[in-house]
Design a protein around this ligand. Structure first.
Ligand code: FAD
Length: 282
């Protein structure tokens, strides 16, 4: 990929069913046309998707695309994480998304969460410079953060431990992103912070999910989505306009690229990439 081109990546979750796997195979081919830097694959709390994440990583590689598995301790022992890292390294994976993750309900107290900066240090200690390490950032601040500046501080610690790039939680306010990047710069963080983009496709799911992860949906946008909640085609078409506008504003304002939370669907991300002028492979 041309180094001056904006970063582009797409996120998937590991499907459980054969039907889900077949649909995702189509999604990979459709979005692969945009020549993304990688497809990333989420990792369930407490290692609950370990096998399905690894399956999906192998499927992406078999199709000839670069892949970034998400990884966390999530209650696992060091040896388990090390085995996973070595397996990825042996299979040619060069990108990771390193996270603290969250414990699944019912596991609270039984296991310790390992913060992402500690995981990054662990990866560097055991695999040197092999992996390009992506970490999470929160322009609207992580829900458990002690304060805005503490959250920026801990992001800085992830970079000091050896991370290369951050991908953000999704947000719908470009200002929140730009202010956050400014604060990071003041704190000495110069690494790329890629906006995570969540397409608008379903009103009630988005409301529920945003509450748990601390992403804000502006009131005006909630009203607009609510009004279209009984007409999926209208909501999706409206959502594409809004997200195109947000993404363009981010790129125009200097964001170094975009990471799309695809929910394993290709159509909306495809429309957004076309609207934004991401070149397709000929
Ligand atoms: P951390 O960086 O460890 O931060 C968590 C909180 O602790 C923050 O409030 C921070 O300020 C504070 N903190 C950080 N380091 C320290 C420290 N050393 N000591 C004390 N406090 C500290 N979840 C999944 O389960 N699976 C996934 O695949 C997944 N993928 C994601 C991808 C992206 C791009 C993003 C943005 C999030 C993803 N998440 C995923 C959600 C993520 O796991 C949760 O948001 C989780 O609560 C925090 O993970 P983190 O890596 O940001 O944690």
């Amino acid at each position: 990929m041309n180094n001056d081109a904006p970063h582009l990546s797409f996120e998937f979750f590991p499907p459980k069913t054969d039907q889900g796997k077949s649909k995702l195979a189509v999604t990979r081919q459709e979005l692969g046309k945009f020549n993304p830097e990688f497809f990333s694959v989420t990792y369930g709390a407490g290692g609950s998707t370990r096998a399905t994440t690894m399956d999906q990583v192998a499927a992406i590689q078999a199709d000839g695309f670069a892949v970034a598995p998400h990884i966390s301790f999530g209650g696992s022992a060091e040896e388990e994480v090390l085995t996973l890292l070595n397996d990825y390294k042996a299979s040619g994976v060069t990108e990771l998304v390193a996270l603290r993750g969250d414990l699944p309900s019912g596991m609270g107290g039984a296991a310790q969460l390992v913060h992402a900066n500690q995981l990054v240090a662990f990866i560097r200690q055991h695999t040197g410079d092999h992996f390009n390490i992506n970490v999470a950032a929160y322009p609207e601040i992580h829900p458990e953060a002690e304060s805005y500046s503490q959250d920026v501080y801990w992001l800085g610690e992830k970079f000091k431990a050896g991370a290369n790039r951050a991908i953000t939680q999704y947000f719908y306010s470009a200002d929140a992103y730009f202010k956050f990047v400014d604060e990071c710069a003041k704190a000495g963080i110069g690494e790329p912070i890629i906006p995570g983009i969540m397409p608008l496709t379903n009103y009630s799911n988005l409301l529920r999910f945003s509450e748990s992860c601390g992403a804000e949906i502006p009131r005006w946008l909630q009203w607009q989505l609510k009004e279209r909640s009984d007409n999926p085609a209208d909501l999706i078409s409206y959502g594409i306009d809004i997200i195109t506008e947000l993404s363009q504003k981010l790129l125009d304002g200097g964001a170094p690229g975009l990471h799309f939370y695809t929910m394993n669907q290709w159509q909306v991300s495809d429309s957004l990439c076309r609207n934004l002028g991401f070149p397709e492979k000929s």
